[in-house]
Design a protein around this ligand. Structure first.
Ligand SMILES: NC(=O)c1ccc[n+]([C@@H]2O[C@H](COP(=O)([O-])OP(=O)(O)OC[C@H]3O[C@@H](n4cnc5c(N)ncnc54)[C@H](O)[C@@H]3O)[C@@H](O)[C@H]2O)c1
Length: 452
């Protein structure tokens, strides 16, 4: 059977099961999207990639593996070496389909303005896979220019960024532009079916949720200070360890699990309702303490409260040598729903209505692109931007809680004017956190650090 979404029952299932996300698209009153004719004057969707790293390479290959004519015609990265590596890896990934890449030298763009050059280069859709700090700026520019968007999670690192994404999402809808966000669990069959069962009462009323991203951590800093021409280059190369770029790992990775918690609680992205009302917790930096690890924590434990009093208990940890765990669990009045990798937790409901997902599922990274491109071709409204923004904000209020040591209200976080971003983007510009004379950064200090 084809892996593609052309299968109408698969598409129906997707639309039904991911209703919390898709509902945000439903507010469109008119459907004037010109379907079937794109920038090239035919049915070819011309794609531009912005951020040619690990995920950008995967997302580009997935976009080029959707049905119908698709071409990758422009590529951007902050660094030329990353761009070249990225392009050759995408070519390798595509194998016989590499003829879908048509990038001449003048369609390769490097530096801080490269995103705008891709947007202006005659594309229909852009893939935004830079570090998340840039996402609001790139998303706004793409939508202003009338481009469809696939953007990775998280969609911001601070509150002003979240508000920009929400405002831009409105404009995207007015322009009938489709927006996909890389929270791929919404396109992963076992999640879709099990969340649907929970929504239909399989575990009764939800009493509490537990969500985890406990692991070893990610890549070690890629360049030393000596290998970089400036502090800006040093932070950009090693972006995971700087909050303006990354948001800390609670935002970068744990967002996936927090998003599932919100989904289980039937959060409504179109109305911005049903997300946690507050968060409190603790965290710190206990193992990954070397100055080369910048300013982020290595663990966070947060208790979220929803409007009806339901708690979501969340943990995320980057510590080698400790048990790993990436999973979500809902406890209800009639049973429990577990979500996690096969062989660990599996996709299982136990209690009054036992159930287990036993089938194979399609790669959700491919399905999310199949769904987005199918929507663009058919002119179906499609907006995952709002849920992406609120899922990101859920993670941000967790970080605000662990950094400050205080309970953080959703509304205060949403309305905060505290920006993490630099005033200027240039290789000689100063990033917002600067090291002392020993190369050490100020680490957030609960009780003292201001977050809203
Ligand atoms: N959905 C998922 O499961 C998943 C998995 C992996 C990564 N991601 C997301 O994808 C994003 C990228 O992660 P990654 O692992 O690919 O990181 P990466 O470091 O491998 O790639 C990021 C690339 O962006 C480039 N870049 C940085 N700033 C730029 C700018 N202003 N303009 C153009 N290019 C710029 C970097 O040089 C780098 O090549 C992150 O938001 C991450 O959370 C999502």
């Amino acid at each position: 059977m084809s892996e593609k979404i052309a299968n109408s029952s698969t598409r129906r299932d997707f639309l039904k099961a991911s209703s919390a996300v898709a509902a945000s698209a439903g507010v469109l009153s008119s459907l004037s999207m010109t379907s079937g004719v794109f920038a090239s004057g035919d049915d070819t969707i011309r794609v531009g990639l912005i951020g040619a790293g690990g995920r950008g390479r995967g997302a580009a290959a997935q976009a080029l593996s959707t049905e119908g004519n698709v071409k990758l015609v422009a590529i951007a990265d902050a660094f030329r070496d990353r761009l070249d590596e990225g392009l050759s890896e995408i070519t390798k990934k595509l194998g016989p389909r590499a003829d879908r890449i048509e990038i001449d030298e003048d369609q390769k763009f490097v530096g801080f303005d490269a995103y705008q050059q891709v947007i202006d280069s005659g594309v229909d859709l852009v893939i935004l896979t830079t570090p998340p700090g840039f996402r609001p700026i790139h998303f706004e520019a793409a939508v202003n220019a009338g481009k469809h968007v696939f953007m990775e999670k998280p969609v911001a690192t601070d509150s002003p960024g979240i508000r920009k994404v929400l405002e831009t999402a409105k404009i995207a809808k007015q322009k009938n532009l489709a927006v996909g966000v890389g929270l791929q669990r919404h396109h992963q069959q076992p999640y879709m079916e099990e969340v649907d069962k929970v929504h239909n009462g399989a575990i009764g009323d939800i009493i509490a949720l537990r969500v985890y991203w406990n692991g070893r951590g990610v890549w070690d800093p890629r360049r030393t200070r000596e290998q970089c021409s400036s502090e800006m280059e040093y932070q950009m190369r090693n972006w995971y360890y700087y909050n303006w770029l990354c948001g800390d790992h609670i935002v970068e990775q744990h967002i996936h699990n927090l998003d599932v918690g919100n989904w289980l609680m039937k959060a409504n992205a179109a109305e911005g309702k049903g997300y946690p009302v507050s968060a409190a917790g603790m965290g710190g930096r206990q193992v990954r303490t070397d100055k080369k690890y910048g300013e982020i924590f290595d663990h966070h434990a947060v208790e979220y409260i929803y409007e009806d009093g339901t708690r979501m208990f969340s943990q995320c940890r980057h510590m080698p040598g400790c048990p790993g765990r990436v999973s979500e669990h809902a406890h209800g009045t009639k049973g429990t729903a577990d979500f996690g990798a096969k062989g660990r937790y599996g996709y299982v409901i136990s209690g009054k209505n036992n159930w287990r997902f036993e089938e194979k599922w399609k790669d959700p990274y491919q399905v999310e692109h199949d769904n987005l491109f199918a929507a663009i071709r058919s002119g179906t409204p499609y907006s995952e931007a709002e849920n992406g923004a609120y899922a990101t904000l859920t993670a941000i209020i967790g970080r605000m809680a662990t950094y400050s040591g205080k309970a953080i209200k959703w509304e205060d976080a949403l309305n905060s004017d505290l920006s993490l971003m630099p005033e200027r983007f240039a290789w000689d510009a100063a990033p917002p956190s600067l090291p002392n004379e020993h190369g050490e950064y100020a680490i957030p200090h609960p009780g003292l650090t201001r977050v809203v």
